[in-house]
Write a protein that binds this ligand. Sequence first.
Ligand SMILES: NC(=O)c1ccc[n+]([C@@H]2O[C@H](COP(=O)([O-])OP(=O)(O)OC[C@H]3O[C@@H](n4cnc5c(N)ncnc54)[C@H](OP(=O)(O)O)[C@@H]3O)[C@@H](O)[C@H]2O)c1
Length: 345
Amino acid sequence: MLSKSLILVQNQDEGLPESTTFRIDINEVNIDNLKNSLLPNQLLVQLLVASADPYLRGQIKSTGSFKAGQVMQCFVAGKVLHSTHNDWIEGDLFGANLPVTSIQVISPQSTGMLWKLTSYLDEEHISQGVGVLGMPGSTAYAGIEGILRPNQNETIFISAASGAVGGLSGMIAKHKYNCKVIGSAGGEEKCALVTSAFKYDHCINYKNANNADELTAMLKEVAPEGIDMYFENVGGMHFEAAMRTLRVKGRVAVCGQIAEYNKKEITYTPVNIMGMIYTQQRIEGFLCFDWLVGKKGKFLEEMSGWLKEGLLHVQESHYEGLEKWPEAFHDLFTGKNLGKVVVHI
Ligand SMILES: NC(=O)c1ccc[n+]([C@@H]2O[C@H](COP(=O)([O-])OP(=O)(O)OC[C@H]3O[C@@H](n4cnc5c(N)ncnc54)[C@H](OP(=O)(O)O)[C@@H]3O)[C@@H](O)[C@H]2O)c1
């Protein structure tokens, strides 16, 4: 059997991710030999899908965690080919954060992020293991349930609304809290998806705004009462427009700032801290991992329940073959994707 690996060829400090930044290595592996050589409490696994996520942009800079020549590590989903571990059997499906090598041996006790998906989906739907039932799903869940904590009928603004995290966040806010949900996305086609399939009340095409003043005016037009919550995925003029529209006791979940990721030097947006005393507002950054691994909340149970009830629309952009991973990663930053970017290995 052939095993493929995703290699970082060279660090890239700025600009859109380039295809020459990565390469795919292919090796022949003997599955029977690998099965026979497993130590106790190990798994031989096959990765089926790999995720391309915006946070990896920072990791491939020379200040990031990956060095040239190294196998890239990212969120993946796959199946167990053989097990010597009591908690796992052949055929089990899983999500994990692992080096991207399609056939490999892992030790569950030393694999920090590994979650069993067998009872939540079948192999045909394994892509959901890097989407709605994976890291982006847990991010939407964490941002809404853990950080923003909506009251019924409040107004929420969500940037990058047509993407993996943004789309799911809006759907949770709408279906669970009956919020007035306003999104922003780049283009009319994306906005149509956000309102028709994701059931947002409004979607602003931010490409029609040249600056924060214009974006604020567009936001105030659909939220004349102001917003109670902002789910921050983008940064820059989005953050400014949201802060200018945020009501008393408003909350901001700082999830990501994708507009900054391709820059060598990050631009910091000023915040009127003094004003926040009187407005009693809260700005809170967060990472999804505690929710993903079940330390906080009940992500997998609740999200899979909402999925079964039909409350969540699954939107994915598929790429066939690990060779397509660099292109899939690039497309995140040009906005080519609709929903979750999934690469089938
Ligand atoms: N805190 C955490 O634990 C955590 C976990 C996962 C993700 N995140 C963050 O969440 C955000 C969304 O991630 P995702 O996986 O759901 O990605 P995504 O939204 O599926 O894809 C990225 C989208 O960002 C938009 N975008 C790209 N460059 C932009 C720019 N310069 N200005 C405005 N929009 C831009 C594009 O949509 P348009 O066409 O609409 O521009 C693109 O489709 C990212 O900032 C990511 O880093 C944080």
